[in-house]
Ligand binder design. Structure first.
Ligand SMILES: [Zn+2]
Ligand SMILES: [Zn+2]
Length: 221
């Protein structure tokens, strides 16, 4: 039996508050059967351009390791009224995956962050969106923003809510680790357990794990 490949589109390195260089996290993911890893360090006005360019250098250097390493960014704790500008700066710096740090139940993310993220079609993934509303989930679907089911402790408290509300309006999902260490990376099997724990059927979980990520990453290549 061959192991199914893993796609992880939300991870952190020392470019923000993770443990490893992008280069080492990419290497660790490659040997842990990842087909794709996006490095999406925390960004705001302070660091967005430098962070994305720095990540992109290691992603390019990892060519040949049998993993696709994608430079990205996670727009984090930026006031909603200013988020569009940071998203634009991230894209201009070369971010191919733009994540927005959503209204997690365990952090004081400014109210209105989820809403602003799902209104902007340049956003690829709304991470850990907490108590997302049906209206926000519908906007996510319309604007092609994928909702995240997260493997990360704390943020994951509302996975069941996110799936229930998102599924009711036909939104699409991805399952990410939000890894800050190589120890946080997951296998396809463990990510599938998280997805099914959120309420997905086996088929729905496989779509979120294997079908949606390749479709998403095609958009900005
Ligand atoms: Zn972090
Ligand atoms: Zn994150």
């Amino acid at each position: 039996m061959t192991m199914k490949p893993r796609y992880d589109l939300h991870t952190h390195t020392i470019v923000s508050d993770g443990e490893l260089l992008p280069m080492e996290l990419i290497r660790r993911a490659a040997v842990a059967n990842h087909k794709v890893i996006a490095i999406t360090d925390h960004v705001s006005f302070s660091n967005v351009t430098e962070a994305v360019k720095s990540i992109a250098r290691d992603c390019r250097a990892a060519e040949g390791w049998g993993i696709e390493a994608i430079p990205g960014a996670e727009v984090t704790h930026v006031p909603p009224g200013r988020m569009d500008k940071v998203i634009d700066l991230a894209r201009k710096a070369g971010a191919q995956i733009v994540v927005v740090h959503g209204e997690s139940p365990v952090e004081p993310v400014a109210p209105g962050t989820n809403r602003k993220a799902v209104e902007n079609p340049e956003v690829d993934i709304l991470a850990h969106p907490g108590f997302i509303t049906e209206e926000e989930a519908a906007l996510a679907k319309d604007n092609g923003v994928y909702l995240e089911i997260t493997c990360r402790k704390g943020h994951s408290l509302t996975n069941g809510h996110v799936f229930k509300v998102g599924d009711s309006v036909g939104a699409r999902f991805v399952v990410n680790t939000d890894a800050h260490s190589y120890r946080d990376l997951s296998t396809h099997e463990s990510a599938r357990r998280v997805a099914m724990g959120a309420g997905m059927s086996k088929t729905e979980a496989e779509i979120a794990l294997l079908k949606n990520p390749p479709e998403l990453i095609k958009r900005h290549r």
